[in-house]
Design a protein around this ligand. Structure first.
Ligand code: SF4
Length: 442
């Protein structure tokens, strides 16, 4: 049996797409190899949101090329956002690559392999321009009780630093009936937790035909009504589209978890304007207040960028202030990285690297201190945890996530997929620790 290996870079949407790529390859009769070296088909599902993933990919492809020189029948396939951004150029940049496809043309990989590489000329990117939801492809889920569910693709926003609209295209919402049918099927298969995925989940539904038009708040309520689904998560929302119906659905639906990832990016209204984020610092803080009033135990995490062109020390200080004021439970922090073809890459006043490095260090320090303070408040409480498996740091412990999306390492005897109550006894800035007290839901 020929075997494949998939390397995934980037976001949850790519994690979802990689599960589909694996499902597609298994439908073609391939098995999964534990490592790149043991595989006949090497697939790289790429990201290009910053420079770092591009550099990492180059190193991976150099290793793959060496493997191919040893075993010429090795197939090298590149998908995802970097492939979409480069298209045919990819084959001249990396001559060892056999087949390439974008986030909307994953099916091309199957056609190419299905044809044994024959009939589809090498060096042609994807097939046709018709984008398809990866959600229509077979899947290989990492965990049988959790599932990513794609509800839209693409993004209509124009954030000045972001390449996503260029590589993932305009926003297209999946039909509500298709989403609900998929989740009902997943629940029948034993899935307990679903994560609704989109570049901008809370603008879902706006482009649907009038006769089926609805909104994200209604979708949350409809998913909440599906038997067997105990937990609903979603990512990524945009603050500009976070409206009352979504907040009310989060507050009123039992299965919708008390966590929202709400990318802020900068605490300075001047920089937010230059980023084309379409909200101000004040509006973001009002939204946080409204969400917390409706969902008292809400956990909030965010994305933050330092060193955006033109960012002054005062702008940066405003970011630190908002982190303190909101009290984020966690944050992904990034150094601004110019992306070819984005508006920001051509902006004046690019911030020097040493200033960026200094700011990211100071930001991480504040983010970690605030998150540690937030997590310390959970000590002494009993949290419901969905068991995911053994702890990554201590095999004698179990690992799982609270409804607020915090990782918990704990003593207990539960099995993966079980919901258990855990008494929280200790905390760090990123995790909680404790011991199982009961099985919450059989
Ligand atoms: S909302 Fe902005 S940052 Fe997010 S994917 Fe769209 S353009 Fe990029």
């Amino acid at each position: 049996m020929r075997r494949y290996h998939v390397t995934t870079f980037g976001c949850q949407m790519n994690a979802h797409d990689s599960e589909r790529i694996k499902g597609l390859l298994e439908e073609l009769g391939l098995g999964e190899a534990p490592s790149q070296e043991e595989a006949d088909v090497l697939v790289f599902n790429t990201c290009t949101i910053r420079e770092k993933p591009d550099t990492r990919l180059a190193a991976h492809l150099a290793r793959a090329a060496a493997q191919k020189r040893q075993r010429p029948d090795t197939v090298i396939a590149v998908g995802g956002c970097y492939a979409e951004a480069q298209r045919e150029r990819l084959f001249s940049l990396y001559p060892e690559v056999d087949v390439a496809f974008g986030p909307g043309t994953i099916a091309h990989l199957g056609e190419w392999l299905g044809a044994g590489g024959f009939g589809v000329p090498r060096g042609r990117f994807g097939t046709g321009d018709e984008r398809r939801f990866a959600a229509t492809l077979p899947t290989h889920r990492e965990r049988p009780f959790q599932a990513w569910v794609q509800i839209s693709m693409g993004c209509n926003s124009t954030c000045a630093y972001c390449i996503v609209p260029r590589v993932r295209g305009r926003e297209v919402s999946r039909r509500p009936g298709d989403v609900l049918a998929e989740i009902t099927r997943l629940a029948d298969e034993g899935v307990r937790e679903v994560t609704l995925l989109g570049q901008n989940v809370n603008s879902w539904g706006r482009d649907l035909l009038p006769e089926i038009r609805t909104d994200f708040g209604e979708l949350l309520r409809a998913v909440d009504a599906i038997d067997g689904i105990e937990r609903i998560r979603f990512t990524s929302p945009h603050p500009k589209d976070f409206r009352r119906p979504v907040i009310e659905a989060m507050a009123e639906c039992d299965a919708v978890c008390e966590h929202a990832h709400l990318p802020l990016q900068s605490g300075s209204t001047r920089i937010l304007k230059a980023m084309r984020r379409t909200y101000s610092r004040e509006r973001y803080l009002r939204l946080v207040e409204e969400m917390r009033a409706a969902i008292p135990d809400l956990a909030l995490t965010t994305d933050l960028i330092v060193g955006f062109p033109g960012e002054t020390e005062d702008d940066f200080r405003e970011t630190l202030e908002v982190v303190e004021e909101v009290g984020f439970d966690g944050a992904f922090t990034f150094v601004y990285s110019p992306r070819a073809g984005t508006e920001a890459a051509a902006m004046p006043d690019q911030v020097p690297d040493e200033v960026k490095r200094d700011r990211i260090e100071r930001l991480v320090e504040v983010v970690q201190r605030v998150a540690a303070e937030r997590n310390a408040q959970r000590v002494g409480r009993v949290e419901q945890v969905l068991v995911e498996g053994p702890s990554r740091t201590d095999p004698t412990l179990l690992r799982g996530r609270t409804r607020r999306n915090t990782t918990v390492n704990f003593t207990g005897d539960a099995a993966p997929g079980e919901l258990v109550d855990v008494l929280i006894e200790r905390s760090t800035s990123t995790t909680l620790g404790g011991s199982q007290v009961a099985v919450a839901v059989a």
